[in-house]
Ligand binder design. Sequence first.
Ligand SMILES: *Cc1c(COP(=O)(O)O)cnc(C)c1O
Length: 418
Amino acid sequence: MHIENNRYLLEGNVDPLKLAEKYDCPLYIYETAVMKRQYKRLMDAFDLKKLKINYACKALNNISVLRYFKSLGSGLDTVSIQEVKIGLMAGFLPEEIMFTPNCVSIEEIALAVELGVKINIDNLSILEQFGHLYPDYPVCIRINPHIMGGGNSKISVGHIDSKFGISFHQTPHIHRIIKAHDMLIEGIHMHTGSDILDIDVFLQGAEILFQVAEEFKDLQYIDFGSGFKVPYKEEDIETDIEELGEKITTRFQEFCTSYGRDLTLMFEPGKFLVSESGIFLTKVNVVKQTTSTVFAGVDSGLNHLIRPMLYDAYHKIVNISKTEGRSRIYTVVGYICETDTFGVNRKMTEINEGDILAFYNAGAYCYTMASNYNSRYRPAEVLVHEGKDYLIRRRENMDDLVKTQVVVDIFENQEVSV
Ligand SMILES: *Cc1c(COP(=O)(O)O)cnc(C)c1O
């Protein structure tokens, strides 16, 4: 979003206030131009012939968005069998879909085998069961490199991630299992968690992965996962993709030379590709002055955008109904009967009831985490592409809210219709 002639505008000069009128609030809006910019930035950062980006669709799983990424040449990273199926519906070929689940049952993995997608295994128990059932199905192995570089706050990355992946200290076990079942390992993977800022820490993880990879002779690809940070505030630093790209490119080429074959380098970003593509529009229901605070209460809450409450995520908020005039300090809150504060002491142009507030960085982990709490409808989603707006998900209605319920009269022992 940018400001022109005192108005906020989206790609192709689409006016978000007009979309708020047309589709009503609350409303999610995504811009394909931003998705494309981010996809290209990542592709251009690595000077490699064999480079594959698998969009991690848990960030934003609307099928129209998935189709757009497919048109850019992206593959798909999925974490549940349902995401795999959504990916197939969107037109991805099975071999373009990577299934990277954590702690799912062997039955769920068996379904993924039936669908023919790439499978990434992240624990020894499943690896062994898989080898027993499908010795001929090539798999990828998720390694936990326990990155602790620098001994600073990055230590927490290793800890947070400890549930994920097979520790690189356990590679002898991996080899025993693979040998016992004559399995084919086609890829090695790591995903170290979100918000990698220190490129050297990332490179240390990569070194560990290269060490592990050397011992597998049939690899097709090495997957470095994601963890690219995007800016949320003006002063935020983001992962320097260009520097990372240069360093990884050099090191990856060296590795391929010593390995004896050109492998594919893969990444699976979610946030980096879609976070900045989205804004979330809400209407101010109430401006409420208390003794210490001015609250702006909007027609949404933690049911639609839970990141601020769930992990203190910062979302920049602006009053798009007014670009000029004096500013005041507001605490922006939702309408849910819980404390659902979106932002504290935010400076923005003076708010009148009925004004539209836009939340930035609303593309990743926003709609996909939305719920029906307080029996509210989930919002509509709109995609803006080359100056045109497309409704890609309608707002829910009363029928949607109750459609899965079976209402029974427990005294008469029968179903009733309501
Ligand atoms: C969530 C996830 C991603 C995407 O992470 P971002 O921080 O959104 O880029 C990538 N790979 C796996 C396995 C994931 O679970």
